[in-house]
Design a protein around this ligand. Structure first.
Ligand SMILES: [Zn+2]
Length: 328
């Protein structure tokens, strides 16, 4: 883990790659048609203020809203082989990758980070639907495993925010191999006794639904998210029957026992913190907005000594331990 490569460089890169002023200051809600001011939309984590429609959110924006004080450290992911099949459809695979990297300013379709939510340390990964439909390729497998290994190393819970159109076809069978790989990684978490929580966001489909997105200890979904293996259109065409209203949407799946919760994006942080603290046998979190976690070095030595002194007074009476030893 190198602070410069994992935190400083991505921050600088994202500063330069981001557009200074958006082309259009207004976004039209695809659900209700309301014109939404960019800043207002961003403050509401890309949820329409008028109809509560949950739009796509990039992993970086999600993590900024999720982690205390918006502070998180990226977990480095080993790079896989580039274009192993020399795949070409209308475009060459490396060209598609370059275009996606340019439009999103991200390296790949998933971001792994560690930090604290409600003063509860976690490791989290989020898929980026705007990057090649968040497709599951070798990089995603590597990212998932890197996140799980980091969670085990730090003894922290692992949270996955899924969003994907399925497996990355340009990698053929190698993309499907990520299903057993991620499943084995989840087993590693289970053996270590650490919680694995999935937050399913719109849309979570295909091989992603068929593997790690359905294996959480707790399954949470965002409102109205489409969660399926084969989509409703494909099913309708195959069975030639009209599907029920809201089929394969989060609320429908909750009613039919596929999910534990459907949670509004703006309530996710509080709910995740409560669940994690309950699972971790920790006291309830402090309510309200918390300041950024303080760096250990920042606390002055004088303060630390007073704090330790107060803590040890009662014990010192019975044990008579030298104070210096207690501080060590
Ligand atoms: Zn709307």
């Amino acid at each position: 883990m190198n602070w410069i490569t994992n935190y400083v460089r991505p921050t600088i890169n994202s500063l330069f790659s981001r557009k200074e002023t958006p082309d259009n200051l207004w976004t039209k809600c695809p659900e209700c048609g309301t014109m939404l001011f960019h800043r207002e939309l961003k403050n509401n984590q890309n949820v329409c203020v008028s109809c509560d429609h949950h739009m796509h959110i990039t992993p970086r924006d999600r993590f900024t809203a999720l982690f205390d004080g918006g502070i998180f450290t990226e977990v480095s992911v080993p790079a896989p082989i580039e274009d192993p099949l020399k795949f070409k459809d209308q475009k060459r695979y490396p060209d598609r990758m370059k275009a996606a990297q340019k439009s999103t300013g991200e390296k790949e379709a998933v971001l792994v980070a560690e930090g604290e939510i409600g003063r509860t340390p976690i490791v989290a990964a989020a898929q980026d639907f705007s990057f090649m439909a968040g497709s599951m390729g070798m990089y995603l497998g590597n990212a998932f495993i890197a996140g799980v290994e980091r969670a085990i190393e730090l003894k922290r819970p692992f949270i996955m925010f899924s969003a994907a159109g399925g497996a990355r076809m340009q990698e053929g069978i190698l993309s499907l191999m990520q299903m057993p790989r991620t499943t084995v990684a989840i087993e590693m978490l289970k053996e270590a006794g650490l919680p694995y929580i999935v937050v399913l966001t719109h849309p979570t489909t295909g091989g992603v639904t068929a593997s790690y997105a359905m294996l959480g200890d707790v399954q949470i979904a965002e409102p109205n998210a489409l969660i399926c293996f084969a989509g409703p259109r494909v099913i309708e065409q195959t069975i030639r029957e009209k599907l029920p209203e809201g089929f394969q949407r989060a609320e429908y799946l909750l009613d039919h026992g596929m999910l534990d919760r459907v949670t509004h994006r703006t309530s996710l942080k509080g709910e995740l913190t409560t669940i994690l603290r309950m699972l971790g046998n920790q006291p309830a979190a402090v309510a309200g907005e918390l300041p950024a976690p303080a760096k250990v070095e920042e606390a002055s030595e004088e303060e630390a000594t007073t704090a330790t002194a107060v803590e040890t007074t009662s014990e010192a009476e019975s044990e008579n331990t030298p104070q210096e030893e207690q501080q060590a």
